[in-house]
Write a protein that binds this ligand. Structure first.
Ligand code: 6PG
Length: 234
């Protein structure tokens, strides 16, 4: 596991943006999975407000979401809606490069639609994954995407799975642990002292049933991008 600790959030955001720029300059489609929650919103705003917005070859990047709250895109809870508002409405990217989970759909119907949308991107023979880079957040309880402790089937062979937030009971759709683990690169993002305890738990290496500790790229690279506050207790 590769750990990148940045003294300041701005340095972390610049580092992430440089990585995305590099993917976009490889001249072939790259499939990026964005996390939900508040952490990536800082990154979206950062990219939209500086040279990265113009330098990144957005047409070479396809964006998916690691999970979604089953709400309309107009809802501030919508991971897709917030990414559109903060970033994708501010840059030039083909709409066909954006692959949101439809939060206003029935979960059962949306799961079928997502499998249909995902399949054409899988060149035969069926590769392990279409996802070049999966970017994840981590909850203070150790969840990631919408895979919650004690509620995650790590053997589920589906790409997309239904979930329910254990506290709010909000319906979610999430990438499965298997789909995330099959990615070429998995990057966990954590910022702020509120994440220092869960980061410390994950970094301890103890065999704990926390999705953020258990889910890693099984063939690819797994890393953590942290600011000093989140890494604080180490
Ligand atoms: C979501 C996320 C979730 C999030 C963590 C961290 O839809 O809420 O995908 O896994 O990444 O809960 O959330 P914050 O970035 O808001 O701390």
């Amino acid at each position: 596991m590769n750990i990148q600790v940045f003294a300041e959030v701005a340095e972390l955001l610049e580092g992430l943006s440089e990585q995305l720029l590099a993917y976009s300059l490889r001249g072939q489609p790259k499939h990026i999975v964005l996390s939900g929650g508040s952490t990536p919103k800082r990154w979206f705003s950062y990219m939209a407000s500086n040279a990265f917005a113009q330098e990144i070859e957005w047409a070479n990047l396809h964006f998916w979401w690691g999970d979604e709250r089953m709400v309309p895109a107009s809802d501030v809870e919508s991971n897709y809606g917030e990414a559109m508002r903060l970033l994708f409405d501010e840059v030039v990217i083909p709409e066909s490069n954006l692959h949101p989970i439809h939060g206003d759909a029935l979960v059962s119907e949306e799961l079928l639609r997502l499998e249909r949308e995902t399949t054409p991107f899988l060149e035969p023979p069926y590769p392990e994954s279409i996802f070049d880079w999966v970017i994840l957040g981590v909850g203070e309880d150790g969840h990631t995407a919408s895979l919650f402790p004690g509620k995650t089937d790590y053997e589920d062979q589906r790409t997309w799975v239904p979930a329910v937030h254990p506290q709010t009971l909000q319906n979610r759709i999430s990438l499965s642990a298997k789909a995330i683990s099959a990615a070429s690169r998995v990057t966990y993002l954590a910022m702020g002292s509120g994440k220092s305890e869960v980061v410390d738990q994950v970094m301890s290496g103890a065999d704990i049933d926390l999705p953020a500790a258990r889910i890693a790229a099984y063939n690819g690279e797994t890393e953590w991008y942290l600011d000093q506050s989140a890494y604080g207790l180490r």
